[in-house]
Design a protein around this ligand. Structure first.
Ligand code: NDP
Length: 260
């Protein structure tokens, strides 16, 4: 399939994990990719996308900083001429008992996971509206936007926030031909889940490396964790013509872990 030929796709947190898998998928389908993350490695990650055959640039950006986000979208537009699809994927997590959770952890999590999604949507919408060509916004939330897990109230709140802003923006931009949807991944094998496995594992029992994931996977009807490419397939669907009539939705992709 070559559904996104000549389309410009921005993916935040696109240097690794779920974000890189999403970028790879759009690249393989002909899109011009702009990937963004905090570390310089994003430039090397963009080079890997070019090896797949697509045009790609990597830009260092902090999604929680308004000027940095504006610069990201300006650079994307200067390079490729338009913004057609924007995937707000960058996110962070920490895990702590409520008494130990610091104000800084709360603020950082909300700043990156919720404000960061908003700032990127805002910049993308501004450009999509003025182009008159519509567009697609895809926000990566979490199963924790449906069901808050233990020791992560700040993360759960930040992801519930993503669902709310997705719905509100979807209503505002529907007549501009822009759709806004959110994805809730379940347990996906990435660096973030390695951290979860280690830290939650210690807090919830005497779990060794990989044991917490193995335990939680037993609660998944499909009995296995997901991969970045699973999430990428859904993101590509939501960005495709087949999803023209879908907006304001939050869709789980978790092997059946959460069914609401
Ligand atoms: P990773 O930790 O592997 O990757 C996180 C990405 O976000 C990195 O590219 C990182 O950049 C980037 N990032 C973090 N902070 C910022 C910032 N301030 N500005 C720009 N980029 C930033 O995570 P995953 O791939 O696992 O997660 C991707 C998304 O999916 C997140 O939103 C996460 O909450 C969500 N999710 C993940 C699940 C899972 O099981 N893995 C489950 C549910 C949701 P850098 O490397 O430069 O720091």
């Amino acid at each position: 399939m070559n559904r996104f030929k000549k389309k410009t796709v921005v993916v935040t947190g696109g240097n690794k994990g779920i974000g890189f898998a999403i970028a790879e998928r759009f690249s393989a389908e002909g899109a011009n990719l702009v990937i963004a993350s905090v570390e310089n490695q994003v430039v090397e990650a963009a080079a890997k996308l070019q090896d797949i055959g697509g045009s790609a640039i990597g830009i260092v950006c902090d999604v929680s900083d308004k000027d940095s986000v504006a610069a990201l979208y300006n650079q994307a537009e200067n390079e490729f001429g338009s913004i057609d699809i924007s995937v707000q994927n960058a996110g962070i997590i920490t895990i702590a008992k409520v008494e130990n959770l610091t104000e800084a952890e709360w603020d950082d999590t909300m700043r990156v996971n919720t404000k960061g999604v908003f700032l990127c949507c805002q910049e993308a919408i501004r450009r999509m509206r003025s182009s008159g060509n519509g567009g697609r916004l895809i926000n990566i939330a979490s199963g924790q936007a449906r069901d808050g897990f233990i020791y992560t109230p700040h993360y759960a709140a930040s992801k519930f926030g993503v669902m709310g802003l997705t719905q509100s923006l979807a209503k505002e931009v529907a007549l501009d031909g822009i759709t806004v949807n959110a994805i809730c991944p379940g347990i996906i094998k990435t660096d973030m889940w390695d951290y979860n496995d280690r830290v939650w594992g210690k807090m919830l029992g005497d779990y060794g490396p990989g044991e917490l994931m193995a335990d939680w996977v037993q609660n998944i009807p499909m009995k296995h964790a997901g991969e970045g490419k699973d999430v990428a397939g859904l993101a590509a669907f939501l960005a495709s013509k087949d999803a023209d009539y879908i907006t304001g939705q939050t869709i789980n992709i978790d092997g059946g872990l959460i069914m609401s």
